[in-house]
Every structure is written in structure tokens, then in C-alpha cells.
Ligand binder design. Structure first.
Ligand SMILES: *Cc1c(COP(=O)(O)O)cnc(C)c1O
Length: 442
């Protein structure tokens, strides 16, 4: 074993001495071309007893992304335009409000790998999920089931169950839940295929969340779409944990629809507006049942207040209301950062951060620690779900006391998401050191 750890500038890190194969965080941070983006974010601080401020270690980007410093200016611009222009701002604001959502479309589409006509920013996530199901969950007596993954996000579960009931059916028999085959949390794609093959002819809609919010498992979008379509199912995805996290390719992968929020990895502020994708093949499906509103009407004629609805083609045709400008300004600010950094570079750093955290946690070699998130690169995003067997929430409270913001899920899982835009390798190392401390590992 090589004990030559000092050459790396680390004199007290036990880890450097014992695990030469894991690079030191300072080495990794020095090589990180995205490192400077951290300064573009507001990193929460705690006030110390001596009035000094200490940075909070933030690993909750999977739940609420941090605020880009520029966001304030984008919002301010709209407040100024409103103050100075009143109603004229609809046409005369720097970014005219009547088409503000269009300023988001192209960059949002590029984040999810879609054509601009396939994407619109509107409403919030659960609302978009319902709007999509109004059009794309069309059950018949012989094909009326919905397939979802186990431990789906509760809102998705409530939404699909209420849709099944809305059509006069019973979730008890018409909701199929993809359970892991074994004792663990991993859902094998081969098993997903098997379930779709077995029940496909009775499934109206396959609706999968990728990445799963609890385990961090990313499901194969292209394959699930192919399997579902082969059996005549409609296939949709909830990408709340995927957008701004994974490299997505929605147009090529071909699902019928997808929805996602913008306040997690997309850093657009609490409760901000959501994205919606409708595949090109449905762009002119004007006869699909849908709930309509005036923002889905022909743009040129919208203010003529005509009685007869003339639907817009593409995803925009699902819009209802004139949208709130302030949260859209937050989204515009965030999309500019994503454009500057580029999804491929972000994903590449994310994979390194993730692996670094995994390697460090595995090196603890602690029998109570289990990583629920699959290891292979195609099967995870930023998040690592760490199970601490026999633990109670006390561990989480201890981490919080060390200014670590993570997320506890009963009974014994801590979810952390090192995010490439504002987390460093040093952050990850500090998280690992904190775990070592609370687990009393030397
Ligand atoms: C975060 C999240 C939601 C939250 O829905 P809202 O409508 O934005 O409150 C729903 N589904 C999934 C999968 C999520 O991760």
C-alpha cells in the first residue's frame, strides 16, 4: 500500500492513505470545468455563534434546486415592466408577456431532447399529468388498466387512481404496480418487459417516473416505450426527477407524452411552472379529447374572442390559461445557466460526483449501509438513496445539526443528490465525513 498521501495535499485524511484508488477531492475539483458555476448560485448560510456565516451543505437539489443569483434580475425586469407599462406589457415588455412561454420553449425542449413544437411550459406538474391523462388515458372495457412503478410519487398515484375512478373503473383491479421481484428495491428492466408482455393487451396507459423519487433508479425510457407500444399501450413518463438530471431524448425515444416540474433539478423556484411534452405524432390530433382554454387557441386570433375554438398544433394546443410571468422569468434565468453549461457536461460531472459518493460510502464497508440506487450509469441520475439499516431519524437530525441538508424517507433512507451545477467534490467528501461521524466509524 502506498502511503504517499502528502503529495496530494491531504495530510489528515485517513481515506487517502487507505484507498489510493479514489482520487482526492481537491484533484477532482481542480479538474472540474463546471466548478465556477457554484458561484452563480445563492448557497444558503447559517449564522454561527461568532456572527460568522457558514455555508450549508446542500444535497436537496432533487427536491428544491437552489436559486441562481441572476434569477432576481429576470424577475425584477418583469416587475419593472409591469410597473411602467401596466397592461401594455403584454406587447411592449422587453419580453412581451403574450408570448413569454415561447421564450422558454426551445431551451426546455433541448433539455428533454424534444422538438420545440413538442414542448410547452404551463401549469404545474400534477395538473399537466391530469391534462395528459384526459387525452391519453382513454380506457375501454377490455383495455382499461394503468401500469405504474412501485413507490411512485404519491401525487402520481392519487392522480392515476382518480382518473381510473373518473372513468367508472376500480383502481383495485385496474391499477397494476410494478413491484421488484426480490426483496430489494431494484426493478429489473427485463421484468418490466415481462409484465408488459403479460398484461399489455389490457393496459391502456403505461406511466413511469424516471428517475424514481425514492430509489433513484432511472428506468429505460426508450425500451419501455417500445414494449408498451408493441402491445398497443399509450406510454407516458413523469420526468420530475429526470429533467435537468439525465440526458433525455424524448423525441427519438418516442413516448406519447411526458411531464416534469422545474423546481427540482431545473432550479426555477418553489412551485414554479411545469413542462409538458406531447410527441409530434399527436401534434395535429385535434380530435383527441382534451380540456381546453383560450391559451390553446390560434395565437393570431386569440384576442378576437371567437366562440369557436381553433386549436394550436403541438403541445401548445394543451394550454389553458395565460400563464404567470414571474415564475416563467425564474425558468428563463435557469435555462440560461443550463444552456451555458450544457447538458452533456452536466451529466458527465454528475456521473463523477455520483460515483465519488458511492465509492466513499462503499469504502466505509459498514454492514448497515446499503445504497438503494443502482450502480450502472444508465440506471441513475444525481441522486443516491442511502439506506441505514436499524437507524431511526436521529441520524438525520445529527446530519442536520452539522448543516447538511438532505432528505429523510421513512423508515430508514436518506436521499442525497450532489448536483453538478452547484455541488463540488469537496462537498461530497464532507458529506461522507459527516456520515462517518454520525455512524461513529473511525
Ligand atoms: C416532485 C414530484 C411531484 C410533485 O408534483 P407537483 O404537482 O409539482 O406538486 C409529482 N410527481 C413526481 C414524480 C415528483 O417527483
Amino acid at each position: 500500500m502506498d502511503f504517499n498521501f502528502k503529495s496530494r495535499g491531504c495530510s489528515n485524511c485517513y481515506f487517502c492513505r487507505m484507498n489510493d484508488f479514489i482520487p482526492h477531492f481537491s484533484e477532482l475539483d481542480a479538474k472540474d470545468e463546471l466548478a465556477h458555476f457554484q458561484q452563480r448560485f445563492c448557497i444558503p448560510q447559517v449564522q454561527g455563534q461568532d456572527e460568522s456565516n457558514q455555508k450549508i451543505l446542500y444535497y436537496c437539489g432533487n427536491s428544491l434546486g437552489l436559486q441562481p443569483k441572476e434569477t432576481r434580475n429576470y424577475v425584477e425586469q418583469e416587475l419593472v415592466d409591469w410597473a411602467n407599462l401596466g397592461v401594455e406589457g403584454h406587447l411592449q415588455a422587453l419580453r412581451p408577456w403574450v408570448k413569454y412561454h415561447e421564450f422558454l420553449t426551445e431551451d426546455m425542449a433541448s433539455i428533454v431532447g424534444a422538438k420545440p413544437e413538442e414542448v410547452v411550459v404551463m401549469n404545474t406538474l400534477s395538473v399537466n399529468l391530469h391534462l395528459m391523462m384526459v387525452s391519453f388515458y382513454r380506457p375501454t372495457p377490455s383495455r382499461r388498466k394503468i401500469l405504474i412503478e412501485y413507490s411512485a410519487f404519491p401525487s402520481d398515484r392519487y392522480a392515476v387512481e382518480s382518473q381510473i375512478r373518473f372513468h367508472g373503473y376500480d383502481p383495485e383491479s385496474d391499477l397494476i404496480i410494478l413491484q421488484p421481484e426480490n426483496e430489494d428495491e431494484y426493478v429489473n428492466p427485463a421484468y418490466i418487459q415481462q409484465v408488459i408482455e403479460q398484461h399489455g393487451e389490457s393496459i391502456a396507459l403505461v406511466l413511469i417516473g424516471s428517475v424514481n423519487y425514492y430509489t433513484g433508479q432511472a428506468y429505460p425510457i426508450q425500451k419501455i416505450t417500445e414494449w408498451g407500444h408493441a402491445h398497443g399501450c399509450v406510454v407516458g413518463f413523469d420526468l420530475a426527477h429526470g429533467a435537468g438530471n439525465l440526458m433525455l431524448n424524448l423525441h427519438e425515444d418516442g413516448p406519447d407524452f411526458a411531464v416534469w416540474c422545474s423546481y427540482k433539478y431545473l432550479n426555477s423556484g418553489p412551485g414554479s411552472l411545469a413542462g409538458c411534452f406531447v410527441h409530434e405524432r399527436h401534434a395535429k390530433a385535434y380530435d383527441l379529447p382534451r380540456f381546453a382554454g383560450w391559451w390553446g387557441h390560434n395565437k393570431e386570433r386569440r384576442f378576437k374572442m371567437e366562440a369557436k375554438l381553433d386549436l394550436l398544433p403541438g403541445a401548445e394546443g394543451w394550454q389553458l390559461s395565460n400563464p404567470p410571468i414571474l415564475p416563467m422569468a425564474c425558468i428563463r434565468a435557469s435555462l440560461d445557466l443550463f444552456k451555458e453549461a450544457g447538458m452533456p457536461a452536466l451529466r458527465s460531472k454528475s456521473l463523477k460526483l455520483h460515483k465519488y459518493l458511492r465509492d466513499l460510502m462503499n469504502s466505509l464497508d459498514h454492514s448497515d449501509i446499503r445504497l438503494l440506487t443502482p450502480e450502472s450509469e444508465e440506471e441513475h441520475g444525481c441522486q443516491v438513496s442511502i439506506q441505514i439499516k436499524n437507524a431511526n431519524k436521529e441520524i438525520y437530525h445529527q446530519l442536520s445539526a452539522m448543516h447538511i441538508v438532505a432528505d429523510w424517507r421513512e423508515p430508514d433512507v436518506i436521499r442525497v443528490a450532489p448536483v453538478p451545477l452547484y455541488n463540488s467534490f469537496e462537498d461530497v467528501h464532507q458529506l461522507y465525513s459527516a456520515f462517518k461521524k454520525v455512524l461513529k466509524i473511525q
